[in-house]
Design a protein around this ligand. Structure first.
Ligand SMILES: [Zn+2]
Length: 661
């Protein structure tokens, strides 16, 4: 028998097949038909959209407070108009008292690790003083007549929650007005959500989680009453919020929503500059560096000023005040042709060392990008504040670090404003599902950074390099407070973010995925979706059953390990084609991309659907080669977080490439 070079190649190939190792993959588990069995109802449809009887309660707020720098205190009053749109009788209501985390005996304090931690309480004694708690119901008599009556029975405060018990239940369609006076000491470091930052020109106050807020009552869990411990964020009802902040007149105040009385709190020059900025694509100073702290930068008036703000259709408001602010602004162009105002406030030192002079450019770019990609920005203003908080988001306003170590101002600004879509527009339960805001946001940040200024700050993630660290940690589907804080960046941000990238680039393709994600945002804007509302909407709008991916990537910690086992030629003749064998070694199946190179120079890419793994861990397919194959590489562009890349390629062991000429 004449042994040709080609048949020797074929012989060696068959030998390599025998080296197959055992796979952990179970096709029946991966494609279990009952995983996605999460039937819809009148409130939430099986398609993932809100159902015909979807309801949501509403909370409108009026707040008046003073910032008292001398007493280091915020004090004032809140009045909440709460509407019960649910079909249920509510004999009591629950509110969130986040400031109570800053009591030294709070659950948040007691669960702060000994070494501290970003969201812990480092021994600050704060919390609310609450007085004059009232609950008043309007009783309708006939069409026009109505009278009000107190329905307050009693209240209890349990850590960061307050229950107000009512004399008579709140029925569907009824409203109560809840009011109280409140005050609290301002923590210097408020778990990286609020606090104070001292500069040469004065203190910067960043104030958030500052007023008693309604817990969400929904059709899924009733009252959502997880306490505020630190790492888990917020789940809030939508409504309109009017709030007035009284401060010493030297303070400049910025806040969520629209400033209603600029002519009362700004100079004529500043008002005119704001008008100019509102139609300028380049950044305009409202307060120049050399004007900071100068008496002529403040209007002539008494020693205090009240800054009035309104933010409509919002789940929250936050604000900041300081005499140290440089202030600049520019126009945001929105897809509808409308405009909004991007603005930044920062102290002098940050302008130089931390790129804050470009902050407004970053805010404008991020909001213009996300408005185009997902949903148009709905607030009139978007403000970036430099201060003690290293990176935190509220509707229409974000806090980014002013100090050293915050050189990546584009990255943090883009991230915090990305949150205006997840969870400010799409109102998910952050306290339970961090991945639905942090992970989704991490995903859109990647797209936005690629888009910004010729990818000036974009650095693609090498997923293959990080793959060994992606697994065997906390699965994504965990309450944030349960996830180890050292793993939170992974399970809350990067892994769910990468999950969406894999869905977009490897499973559905950008066209189907982008449409489906936009549909999810449209369906759930200013509403409260659950994880299954997201899963089913993507499946519905993209037209793909993805139960295997949701289960493996989000609920479990299944790894990816695709392998090329080897090949043999039909009748030992490369001209007749090759049978190539691949294996799924780990539990998560994925579609397959292979790069096949032949000795005659032909290079082909083969794509195989995920369904090849429905039969088991081994798949053989015919490849129509015309000459001996010199290499087969699986996932050649290294897009998958494949845990073992040693088995990702095949080449004939005795084949030597001809010398290059
Ligand atoms: Zn975030």
């Amino acid at each position: 028998m004449r042994i040709t070079f080609l048949t020797m190649l074929a012989f060696v190939s068959q030998l390599t097949l025998q080296a197959q190792t055992k796979s952990n993959y179970d096709n029946r588990e991966a494609f279990n038909p009952l995983f996605n069995y999460h039937p819809g109802n009148a409130y939430r449809s099986g398609t993932g959209a809100p159902g015909p009887q979807y309801w949501q309660n509403r909370a409108d707020y009026t707040i008046n407070v003073n910032l008292d720098p001398g007493a280091n205190e915020i004090n004032g009053e809140v009045s909440i108009l709460y509407t019960n749109n649910s079909p249920d009788l509510l004999p009591f209501v629950w509110l969130q008292l986040d400031q109570n985390q800053f009591k030294t005996d709070s659950r948040g304090s007691k669960t702060t690790p000994i070494e501290g931690g970003r969201h812990g309480n480092m021994g600050f004694e704060g919390g609310y003083d609450l007085t004059d708690i009232k609950a008043i119901k309007e009783i309708k008599q006939g069409k026009k007549k109505s009278f009000t009556t107190s329905v307050y029975q009693t209240h209890i405060i349990e850590d960061t929650r307050m229950q107000i018990r009512l004399n008579e239940p709140l029925r569907q369609g009824e409203q109560i007005s809840i009011s109280m006076k409140f005050s609290f000491k301002i923590p210097r470091y408020g778990s990286d959500r609020l606090g104070k930052f001292d500069t040469a020109d004065g203190t910067i106050y960043e104030i958030a989680q500052w007023y008693p807020r309604m817990c969400v009552y929904d059709d899924v869990e009733g009252w959502n009453i997880l306490p505020y411990i630190g790492q888990g964020e917020f789940y809030l009802e939508y409504g309109d919020i009017n709030y007035n902040i009284t401060v010493p007149k030297n303070q400049i105040v910025v806040g969520s929503g629209e400033l209603l009385n600029p002519e009362e709190v700004l100079t004529k020059t500043q008002v005119n500059r704001l008008v100019t900025a509102a139609s300028s694509d380049s950044t305009i100073f409202i307060i120049k560096p050399e004007e900071v702290g100068k008496p002529e930068s403040r209007p002539v008036s008494s020693d205090k000023l009240t800054w009035k703000f309104r933010c409509n259709q919002t789940r929250d408001v936050a604000w900041a005040a300081s005499e140290s602010f440089i202030w600049d602004a520019a126009k945001i162009n929105l897809p509808s042709g409308k405009t909004a105002l991007a603005q930044s406030v920062y102290p002098f030192k940050s302008a130089g060392i931390n790129n804050w002079g470009r902050s407004t450019e970053y805010v404008k770019a991020a909001i213009e990008y996300y408005s185009e990609y997902l949903y148009e920005y709905t607030y009139p203003v978007a403000t970036n504040v430099a201060g003690v908080v290293s990176g935190m988001e509220y509707p229409g306003i974000v806090f980014c670090g002013a100090g050293d170590g915050n050189e990546d101002l584009w990255g943090v600004t883009d991230h915090e404003f990305g949150h205006n879509w997840f969870p400010m527009i799409v109102g998910t339960n952050e306290r339970k599902y961090a991945w639905m805001d942090e992970g989704f946001n991490t995903f859109i940040n990647d797209l936005s950074s690629r888009n910004f200024h010729d990818a000036e700050f974009y650095s693609p993630m090498n997923v293959r390099q990080y793959a060994p660290y992606f697994y065997d940690k906390d699965p994504i589907m965990n309450i944030p407070d349960v996830i180890q804080s050292r793993n939170f960046g992974l399970a809350g941000y990067f892994k769910p973010g990468l999950g969406l990238t894999l869905l977009r680039d490897e499973i559905l393709g950008p066209e189907r995925f982008d449409y489906a994600l936009k549909e999810y945002v449209n369906r759930w804007a200013f509403k409260h979706p659950t994880p299954f509302d997201f899963f089913h909407t993507i499946e519905d709008a993209a037209g793909e059953d993805l139960g295997w991916f949701w289960k493996g990537w989000f609920f479990e910690d299944w790894k990816i390990d695709q392998a090329v086992d080897g090949l043999y030629y039909i009748n030992q003749d490369p001209a007749q084609g090759a049978i190539i064998t691949i294996q799924n070694m780990e539990k998560l199946p994925m579609p397959v991309t292979l790069k096949i190179q032949e000795s005659n120079g032909t290079v082909n890419f083969v794509k195989l659907p995920v369904e090849i793994w429905q039969r088991g861990p081994v798949w053989k397919f015919l490849y129509n080669c015309t000459s001996p194959i010199i290499s087969v590489i699986i996932d050649p562009d290294r897009h998958l977080p494949d845990v073992n890349e040693k088995n990702n390629s095949w080449s004939p062991t005795i084949y030597k490439a001809p010398p290059a000429n």
